[in-house]
Write a new protein. Structure first.
Length: 137
């Protein structure tokens, strides 16, 4: 508050908005992960959700972890955030084939991208799933 006029100034509004954003961020971070993540290292193919668009548009990646609501995939090409994909997981996992929306993607380095996907239908993820990547290296 401005002491001379006892009225809020523009700076007071900025502080109020900033404090509200900090509170929202803290709340979002604590509730963002509704399901525990399980370490899961398996091959996954990322294809467009529309079957007509699938030929010639296959991205290959490695699923790093998964929960019943989504997964994290590292790939050499970036998926498009907001697009819906058909994910085909390695047969050694219980995830099978899932429709998922790409919720985030970031570049780890020039040819490696880290993407988060949200499943449309909740799935069961086995505890302690960990698959050997030695044949993929």
């Amino acid at each position: 508050m401005n002491q001379r006029t006892d009225q809020y100034t523009e700076m007071d509004d900025v502080k109020t908005v900033f404090d509200a954003l900090l509170e929202l961020e803290a709340t979002a971070q604590s509730t963002q992960r509704g399901a525990p993540r399980q370490q899961l290292r398996s091959k996954v193919s990322i294809l467009p959700a529309n079957p007509v668009d699938r030929p010639g548009h296959r991205l290959e990646g490695v699923c790093q972890n998964a929960s019943n609501t989504g997964c994290r995939i590292v790939s050499t090409l970036p998926p498009i955030v907001g697009n819906v994909y058909w994910l085909e997981f390695d047969s050694s996992t219980q995830l099978g084939k899932q429709y998922a929306r790409c919720c985030r993607c970031r570049m780890l380095r020039e040819d490696i991208y880290d993407a988060g996907f949200a499943f449309f239908v909740p799935v069961q993820v086995a505890d302690g799933s960990h698959h050997d990547l030695s044949e993929m290296v």
